[in-house]
Design a protein around this ligand. Structure first.
Ligand SMILES: *Cc1c(COP(=O)(O)O)cnc(C)c1O
Length: 390
C-alpha cells in the first residue's frame, strides 16, 4: 500500500478477501483455529509455521485493524488492545522493570496518573511528573535510569501542545523511549512517529470509532518494539475483540473526513465562546490567541474536536451550564458524532486530589466540550441559551 496516499490507505490497507469474495471485510468471530493435523498444530504453536493460533494474539480481523492503523500512523506495526488503558498497561508491563524511571507530563488523562501511581510503582518503577511544556524540567528529570517518557499532545482538557521532536531528543540522549498519546489528534491530524516519537498510544474508543459504540486501544511502533508487546499480549491477554476491531476498522475509513468536520465545528464554537462576556478563558489550539497555536499549527494538520472553557462562578456555574444544555449529552466520553459535555473536575479528573487538580490546572469552573458533527448553528444556539441562564 506504500505507493498510495492516506485517504486510500484508510479504506484499503491490510484488506484481504476470503474465498467468499466479500467486498466489506469479514469478521472472524472465532476464539481458536482448527488444523488438518497434529503436525500443523505444533508448527503453528511453536511459530515455525505462520498462521493463526488463538484470538488472544492472532485474529485476522484484529490484524487487519492493526495493519490499517499502522499504515495511517506511518509505523511499521501496531498492536490492538481492549481499551486505551489496556494499551498503557501493555506498554508499561512490557517495557519497564524494577529500578526504571518513567518521566510523564503532569497534564495527562486522569486514569493514566492513577495507573502509574497505583500499579506501576508497586513493581519498583519510579514515576516522576513534569510540566509538559517545560523542556528544562524534562531534561532534568530524564536520567540514566529513565526507560520511558510519556505525554499527551494536544492534552485533554486544556489543549497544551508539546513539542514532540524536542522531548524525543532529550529522551534519546539518555537512551529512553518516547511514547506519545495523540488520542485527540488521531492519525488523521498528527503522526508523532515521523516527528521523533518511538511509540504512539491510541484510545480507539474516541475519534477512531467516532460514534461512541465500543472500546479499543492500540500501540504503534517499529516491528521490534511491537514484537515485545505481542509477547506480553500472548501471556497477559488484554486483547481487542474481533467485533470491535471490525467496527473500528470501518471507523478508520472515514476518520480523516470526520476530523476535518469536527475541527471546523470546534473552531466556530471556540470563536463564539471567546467573544462571550460570561466566558473567562477558552482552551482550543485553533484560536490564534491560544498559547500553543503556532506549535499546534506546525505539528498538526488541523486542531481537532475537543475544547474546554472556564465560566465565572466555579463548580456551581459550570454545573448550571451543563444542566441547561439541551442538545449535548452529559458524559465523560469524547470523540463522538454527538456533542458531549463534561465537568472534568468531578468526572474524568475526579479521582485526582485537590492538589493534583490544582497543579494540572483543572479548575472547578472548567467545562469540556467534545464538539460533534451536528449543524454548528444548532450547537452554538444550545451553548448560547445555556450561558444566558448563568
Ligand atoms: C480516553 C482516553 C484514554 C483511555 O482510553 P480508553 O479507551 O477509555 O481506555 C487515554 N488517553 C486519552 C487522552 C483519552 O482521551
Amino acid at each position: 500500500m506504500s505507493e498510495y496516499n492516506d485517504a486510500t490507505k484508510a479504506i484499503h490497507a491490510g484488506a484481504r478477501q476470503t474465498q467468499e469474495q466479500e467486498n466489506s471485510e469479514a469478521i472472524f468471530m472465532t476464539s481458536s483455529f482448527a488444523y488438518s493435523s497434529a503436525e500443523e498444530a505444533a508448527g503453528k504453536f511453536s511459530g515455525e509455521e505462520d498462521g493463526n493460533v488463538y484470538s488472544r494474539f492472532t485474529n485476522p480481523t484484529v490484524e487487519l485493524f492493526e495493519k490499517r492503523l499502522a499504515a495511517l500512523e506511518k509505523g511499521e506495526a501496531a498492536i490492538a488492545t481492549s481499551s486505551g488503558m489496556a494499551a498503557l498497561m501493555t506498554l508499561a508491563y512490557s517495557l519497564l522493570s524494577a529500578g526504571d524511571r518513567v518521566v510523564c507530563s503532569r497534564n495527562i488523562f486522569g486514569s493514566t496518573v492513577k495507573f502509574f501511581n497505583t500499579y506501576t510503582v508497586k513493581f519498583g518503577v519510579e514515576v516522576v511528573y513534569v510540566d509538559a511544556t517545560d523542556y528544562n524540567a524534562w531534561e532534568e528529570a530524564i536520567n540514566d535510569k529513565t526507560r520511558l517518557c510519556y505525554f499527551e499532545t494536544p492534552s485533554n482538557p486544556l489543549y497544551e501542545v508539546v513539542d514532540v521532536a524536542k522531548v524525543a531528543e532529550l529522551a534519546h540522549a539518555k537512551g529512553a523511549l518516547l511514547c506519545v498519546d495523540t488520542v485527540l489528534a488521531t492519525p488523521a491530524l498528527q503522526n508523532p512517529l515521523t516527528q521523533g516519537a518511538d511509540i504512539v498510544m491510541q484510545s480507539a474508543t474516541k475519534f477512531i470509532d467516532g460514534q461512541g459504540r465500543c472500546l479499543g486501544g492500540a500501540l504503534i511502533a517499529s516491528k521490534d518494539i511491537v514484537d515485545v508487546f505481542t509477547a506480553f499480549m500472548r501471556s497477559a491477554g488484554p486483547c481487542m475483540s474481533p467485533f470491535n476491531a471490525w467496527v473500528l476498522l470501518n471507523g478508520l475509513e472515514t476518520l480523516s473526513l470526520r476530523m476535518t468536520a469536527h475541527s471546523s465545528n470546534a473552531l466556530k464554537l471556540a470563536q463564539f465562546l471567546e467573544a462571550h462576556p460570561k466566558v473567562l478563558k477558552v482552551n482550543y489550539g485553533g484560536l490564534p490567541s491560544h498559547k500553543y497555536h503556532e506549535l499546534a499549527k506546525k505539528q498538526q494538520k488541523d486542531f481537532g474536536g475537543l475544547l474546554s472553557f472556564e465560566v465565572e462562578g466555579g463548580r456551581k456555574a459550570a454545573w448550571a451550564f451543563i444542566n441547561a444544555t439541551k442538545l449535548m449529552s452529559i458524559t465523560g466520553n469524547l470523540g463522538d458524532t454527538k456533542t458531549l459535555v463534561t465537568h472534568p473536575a468531578t468526572t474524568t479528573h475526579g479521582r485526582l486530589t485537590d492538589e493534583e487538580k490544582a497543579k494540572a490546572g483543572i479548575a472547578e469552573g472548567l467545562v469540556r466540550v467534545s464538539v460533534g458533527l451536528e449543524d454548528i448553528d444548532d450547537i452554538i444556539a444550545d451553548v448560547e441559551s445555556a450561558l444566558a441562564q448563568l
